[in-house]
Ligand binder design. Structure first.
Ligand code: FPP
Ligand code: MG
Length: 328
């Protein structure tokens, strides 16, 4: 388990149970796919999604830890399945510094391996979770798929507007963060307003998290990220630093970045990628993106306070601080 949760031993202990649940689930896979899936689930990182379920399940007075562990395992399995599928779509050889499932077994088997994780996730649910609305679960997964479809269809188009980008990351990342916070709160069966508030907190956290992730692709150290900086732009995926830089350039009535990216074949070559990275930085695209990430962070922190539970507030705020300080 990563040392990320060392300062929250209670959450760390429960995450260990989530991890065991996932390992037991994967141990039921057959044949040669089992060790490959075991390796994939063993490389789980901070386990943010189940941690959010666990923390938000403490909003009320009831002990819902058992349910929260199960629901957290379900959401983490869905996340792990989506990563297996994502690596096929991206043709990614690596995941968290290790060979991806796709790299090990090829696309056909990897699709099925991801489907297996999804099927097992469903098996862990009881069908009717306390206070949880299955429509909200379905909507989150639908958004996850739609955003990938949208991103894939638009690959190579660098000139998307901010709202398209925000919609994409809303589906790709914030949807599962929102679902996690919603689920934890719903397990307490308090009221709809609390569930909605928790959902929105998760959404804002996910947005801030993904924007920061996208910024790190422009400035992060390639060794820590386990991949090279500039990977997004190289593969034709416009993210916030680039979109902001193009906005600024347009306001300044300049055109250099725009012309570097016009009618480009993807993947971009290394020279073009390096040029784009430096222009985005010079134009202030990274700073502007950081500003937007900060506004989501602020919004989430205000809403966390409105939950009215000091211990949950402390844990979510401290999680936010740790995430904001991350460079991976
Ligand atoms: C990683 O993004 C991708 C995701 C978080 C979502 C992928 C979703 C799907 C493939 C839809 C499948 C849905 C289900 C329910 C299985 P990234 O490529 O930007 O980040 P990376 O650097 O981690 O690959
Ligand atoms: Mg990917």
């Amino acid at each position: 388990m990563s040392e990320f949760w060392d300062d929250e031993p209670h959450i760390q202990a429960q995450l260990q149970v989530v991890r065991n649940t996932i390992e037991q689930t994967v141990a039921t896979a057959h044949g040669f796919i089992r060790p490959i899936l075991e390796d994939h689930v063993n490389s789980t990182g901070k386990m943010l999604r189940p941690a959010l379920v666990l923390i938000t399940s403490m909003i009320g007075d009831e002990d819902r830890s058992e349910d929260a562990i199960r629901v957290g395992s379900v959401i983490e399995l869905i996340h792990l399945a989506s990563l297996v599928h994502d690596d096929i779509i991206d043709g990614a050889q690596k995941r968290r510094g290790r060979a991806s499932v796709f790299a090990k077994v090829g696309a056909k088997q990897a699709v099925l391996a991801g489907d297996f994780l999804l099927a097992r996730a469903l098996m862990l649910t009881s069908g009717k979770e306390r206070g949880m609305d299955s429509q909200i679960v379905s909507r989150a997964l639908t958004r996850l798929c739609e955003s990938e479809l949208d991103q894939d269809a638009g690959q190579g188009d660098f000139f998307i507007d901010r709202s398209t980008y925000l919609r994409r990351i809303g589906g790709k990342t914030a949807s599962l963060f929102a679902l996690s916070c919603y689920s934890g709160a719903a397990l307490q069966e308090i009221d709809d307003a609390t569930n909605k508030l928790a959902h929105h907190i998760g959404y804002c956290m996910g947005m801030a998290f993904q924007i920061q992730d996208d910024i790190l692709d422009y400035i992060g150290s390639s060794k820590k990220l386990g991949k090279h900086t500039g990977g997004d732009v190289k593969s034709g995926i416009p993210t916030l630093p680039l979109i902001c830089a193009l906005e600024i350039e347009n306001e300044l009535d300049k055109h250099e970045l725009k012309s570097v990216l016009t009618d480009r074949k993807i993947p971009l070559d290394q020279r073009t990628t390096t040029k784009v990275l430096s222009l985005v930085e010079e134009l202030g695209g990274i700073q502007k993106a950081q500003f937007l990430a900060e506004s989501y962070r602020k919004r989430a922190l205000e809403e966390i306070h409105r939950l009215g539970n000091p211990e949950v507030e402390r844990m979510l705020t401290s999680l936010f601080e740790k995430l904001s300080a991350r460079s991976v």
